[in-house]
Design a protein around this ligand. Structure first.
Ligand code: HEM
Length: 446
C-alpha cells in the first residue's frame, strides 16, 4: 500500500496560514489585549508599554521614575518591571531569568507556540544569540567574539572615517534636508556591510529589509504589520542564504567569511546558526546605530552650549557618545522571563513572570547619575549607562557602535558647526528601538 508522504499544496497553504494566525495570536494579539486592559486599569507595566508607542519623552521618563520609586522590582498583574540601575544589572546577570521566552516554559501557550513555529530567521527566536541561554549561548558567543574581536573593530576606524567624510561631503550646506536619510541611516549600514562582505550594490536592499523587519522586536503588532514583518524576515532569510552561499564559494577577508570558514573547520556553527548569527549582527549593526546618530544630532543641535564645549575640547566626543546613549537610549527596554522563583536586588520574584527590563530607567537612576534628567557631555560616569545591556547578552557590537557614534557625530559637527532643526522631526514607529525616522534640518558651516 502506498501512503502520500506530504500533504497536498492546498492543505499545506491552509496549515501555514493557521500557524501564522496562531503565532500572531500568542505573540501579539494576546499580549496586546492584556497590555491594553492593564493600561486602562492604570497598571504601570501596561502604561509603560502604551507610553512607549504614544508618549512623549518627558511622559516616558516620568513614568519610569514612578515605577523605580515603587522599589527594585515592580510586580504587576502582567509580569514585572525593573527600572533601577542595580535591578536592571542584576536581572540581566541572573541565571534564573532567561532571554528568548515570552510565556512560561511547559505551559499550554509554550506548546502552542512551539507547534506554530516556522524555520525562518527571527532576532528573538532560537538559534539567535539573543534568544538562547548557556550552554548553547556560550558556544555561539565564543565563536562570534573571536571573529568580532576589539582588534578587528579597531582596524575599521580609518575606513569608518573615510565613509563618514564621503557622506558629509555629499550634504549640501545651507539647504534643508533629512539627516536620517542622507547620513544617519547610511553610515552604519555601509560599515556593517563591509564587515560582512555585502557588495555595495546590495546595500540598499539590506537597508530596506532591516527597516521592514525592525518592528519584529516589538510585542503586540497588529495583524497586517505582523504579516508585513514576517514577509520581510522571510525575504531577508532567502537573501542571506544566497549571500552565505556566495561567501562559501568565494570567501573574502571580511568577518562573515571568517565565520563561515570557522564553521567548516568542524568545531563551528551549523548552517542555521551561522545564518541566524549573521542576520542578527547585520540587523543589530545598523538598526540601533542609526538611532544613536539621530538622537545625538537632535540633542546637540538643540544645545549650543554643549556643542561649544565639544568644539573647545574634542577629546570629550567619546564621553558625549556615552552621554547620548545614557540620556536617549536607542534600545529602551528588553524582555526576560523568570524560569524559577528568584531574587532581584533583594526582592523576591515568582517563576513564570515576564520581566520588562527598562534600560532607559536604569540610565536615569538618581542613585547612580546625579541630576539624571540633565544632558551633560562632561558627566563623569556617563559610561556607566546600561544602553548596551549587561551580563551574558551584553551587546557584541558595543565598541563598534561607540566608535561609529564618535566618528559619525564629530565629523558632521566639525563640518557643520550649526545644525538647525526644522519642524517635522518624527520618531520611528518601533517601540523597543527608539530613534528618529525623519530629522529635517539645515546644516550650516557657520
Ligand atoms: C548604539 C548601538 C547599539 C545599541 C544601543 C545596542 C544595544 C544592545 C542591547 C541592549 C543588547 C542586549 C539585549 C538583551 O540583553 O536582550 C544588544 C545585544 C547585541 N548586539 Fe547590540 N547594540 C548596538 C549596536 C550593535 C552593533 C553595531 C552590533 C553589530 C555588531 C550589535 C550586535 C549585537 C548582538 C549580536 C547582540 C546579542 C548578544 C548576545 O545575545 O549575546 N549591536 N545590543
Amino acid at each position: 500500500m502506498h501512503f502520500a508522504r506530504t500533504a497536498p499544496p492546498a492543505r499545506r497553504t491552509l496549515d501555514r496560514r493557521v500557524k501564522q494566525v496562531v503565532r500572531w495570536g500568542t505573540s501579539h494579539a494576546l499580549p496586546r489585549t492584556a497590555v491594553a486592559l492593564g493600561a486602562r486599569r492604570g497598571d504601570l507595566q501596561g502604561r509603560l508599554v502604551a507610553q512607549m508607542s504614544n508618549g512623549t519623552s518627558a511622559e516616558l521618563f516620568t513614568l519610569l521614575d514612578e515605577i523605580r520609586g515603587k522599589g527594585p522590582v515592580f510586580l504587576s498583574k502582567l509580569g514585572a518591571v525593573v527600572a533601577s540601575h542595580e535591578a536592571v544589572r542584576e536581572t540581566l546577570a541572573n541565571p534564573d531569568v532567561e532571554a528568548g521566552r515570552f510565556v512560561p516554559p511547559d505551559s499550554v501557550l509554550a506548546r502552542i507556540g512551539a507547534w506554530s513555529e516556522i524555520d525562518v530567521l527571527h532576532p528573538v527566536r532560537p538559534p539567535s544569540l539573543l534568544a538562547v541561554e548557556p550552554p548553547q549561548h556560550t558556544r555561539y558567543r565564543k565563536l562570534v567574539t573571536k571573529v568580532f574581536s576589539a582588534r578587528a573593530v579597531a582596524q575599521l576606524k580609518d575606513r569608518t572615517q573615510q565613509i563618514a567624510d564621503e557622506l558629509v561631503a555629499a550634504i549640501p550646506a545651507g539647504e534643508p534636508g533629512d539627516l536620517i536619510a542622507s547620513y544617519c541611516a547610511l553610515l552604519p549600514v555601509t560599515v556593517i556591510c563591509e564587515i560582512l562582505g555585502v557588495p555595495p550594490g546590495e546595500r540598499h536592499r539590506v537597508l530596506e529589509l532591516g527597516e521592514a523587519a525592525a518592528p519584529s522586536l516589538d510585542l503586540g503588532l497588529p495583524w497586517r504589520e505582523f504579516r508585513r514583518v514576517e514577509s520581510a524576515l522571510a525575504t531577508f532569510d532567502r537573501w542571506l542564504t544566497g549571500h552565505l552561499d556566495r561567501l562559501r564559494a568565494q570567501p573574502g577577508d571580511d568577518l562573515l567569511s571568517q565565520l563561515v570558514t570557522a564553521q567548516e573547520d568542524g568545531a563551528g556553527l551549523t548552517d542555521q546558526e551561522v545564518k541566524s548569527t549573521a542576520g542578527l549582527v547585520l540587523a543589530a549593526g545598523f538598526e540601533t546605530t542609526v538611532n544613536l546618530l539621530g538622537n545625538g544630532i537632535a540633542l546637540l543641535a538643540a544645545d549650543p552650549a554643549q556643542r561649544a564645549l565639544l568644539r573647545e575640547r574634542p577629546d570629550l566626543w567619546d564621553n558625549a557618545v556615552n552621554e547620548i546613549l545614557r540620556y536617549d537610549p536607542p534600545v529602551l527596554l528588553t524582555g526576560r522571563m523568570t524560569v524559577r522563583r528568584t531574587t532581584i536586588a533583594g526582592a523576591g520574584v515568582p517563576a513564570g513572570r515576564l520581566v520588562s527590563v527598562a534600560l532607559a530607567g536604569a540610565n536615569r537612576d538618581p542613585d547612580v547619575f546625579p541630576r539624571p534628567h540633565v544632558f551633560d557631555v562632561t558627566r563623569d560616569n556617563a559610561r556607566d549607562h546600561l544602553s548596551f545591556g549587561a551580563g551574558r547578552h551584553y551587546c557584541l557590537g558595543a565598541s563598534l557602535a561607540r566608535m561609529e557614534g564618535a566618528i559619525g557625530l564629530r565629523t558632521l559637527f566639525e563640518r557643520f558647526p550649526a545644525v538647525e532643526l526644522r519642524p517635522g522631526a518624527r520618531r520611528r514607529p518601533t517601540r523597543i528601538l527608539r530613534g528618529y525616522g525623519t530629522l529635517p534640518a539645515v546644516a550650516r558651516t557657520r
